[in-house]
Unconditional design. Structure first.
Length: 198
């Protein structure tokens, strides 16, 4: 009778653990699928010219970004960047200037639809709001890191639901990460359950 009660308790515990795990895994997968996509670039930006950037990595250039704006006479302009919307087939727009952590990039932002801008970089991460690249009308931002000398296009983050996006420096794990974790946990729980039945 005691062994039967022990077996029933273990069985109930393992069932509850599997159900809890399934709920947590489902919640985490929904969080990961919330629409936030992060595309890593880690690309050193050149110090002159108008280099074309395929910000969303679909094979079509969306924007031009240079390390520093260089005047026509060749003198560097220090920490100024060069962000241009000229010569691109896509109707990409950028926010005027750089955004800060916590800012919301959406239809209320001040958008530049043509031309160029030369906003000053701060040491660390700088966030450039971007809308309507060649993959569609999504709100996002490019993260550009400035160390006082070099400027690196670190990543492009956007919300593929079309909703506005908050600027932050936390990467959202891909759904596959959560799926692998959930499968591993389910495997461990089922192994434990099989051992308890023997």
């Amino acid at each position: 009778m005691v062994k039967l009660r022990e077996y029933q308790m273990k069985h109930k515990f393992l069932n509850a653990a599997l159900i809890s795990l399934a709920i947590v895994a489902g919640s985490l997968a929904n969080l990961a699928n919330a629409g936030i996509i992060v595309i890593n670039h880690n690309e050193l930006l050149p110090s002159r010219g108008e280099p074309d950037i395929d910000i969303d990595l679909d094979g079509i250039y969306d924007i031009s970004i240079a390390e520093r704006y260089n005047r026509h006479d060749g003198d560097g302009a220090g920490n100024l960047s060069w962000i241009s919307l000229y010569n691109h087939r896509t109707p990409t727009e950028t926010v005027s200037g750089f955004s800060s952590l916590g800012d919301i990039i959406d239809h209320n932002s001040v958008w530049l639809t043509s031309g160029y801008q030369t906003p000053a970089m701060s040491i660390g991460n700088n966030y450039l709001g971007i809308f309507n690249t060649s993959i569609g009308g999504f709100y996002g931002y490019a993260t550009i890191n400035y160390d006082g000398t070099d400027m690196v296009l670190a990543s492009y983050t956007y919300d593929d639901t079309g909703a506005g996006i908050e600027v932050n420096n936390v990467d959202v794990p891909e759904p596959s990460t959560f799926a692998i974790f959930a499968l591993g946990m389910i495997g461990l729980a089922s192994r434990r359950m099989n051992k308890s039945f023997k």
